[in-house]
Design a protein around this ligand. Structure first.
Ligand SMILES: [Zn+2]
Length: 93
């Protein structure tokens, strides 16, 4: 996923934040969190664990498959969609 297409959600107030327009962010445990305002960032820093939701098994499953697909086909994805997440050896018809 390219950064320009990525929407970040402010974990404190759930507003969507465009990372190209905001330089209010925190790098926490390998993840970057963007905030709509300095006040939200300060709330987050006071108690990060309160605002970070653990990823569900479904999110982890998707992450794993997105990475596997990227390794196999590169960031642009396969030329045909039947290959994507299909069983090994799937053929395009
Ligand atoms: Zn906010």
């Amino acid at each position: 996923m390219r950064i320009s297409e990525t929407k970040y959600i402010d974990p404190v107030c759930y507003m969507s934040v465009n990372p190209q327009e905001s330089d209010i962010y925190v790098d926490h445990k390998g993840e970057r969190y963007f905030f709509c305002a300095e006040a939200c960032k300060q709330k987050f820093l006071a108690d990060p664990s309160k605002y970070i939701k653990p990823k569900s098994w479904w999110d982890r499953w998707l992450d794993k498959h997105i990475r596997a697909n990227e390794e196999e086909f590169g960031p642009e994805g396969p030329e045909c969609h039947t290959k994507l997440m299909g069983p090994p050896g799937s053929k395009c018809n």
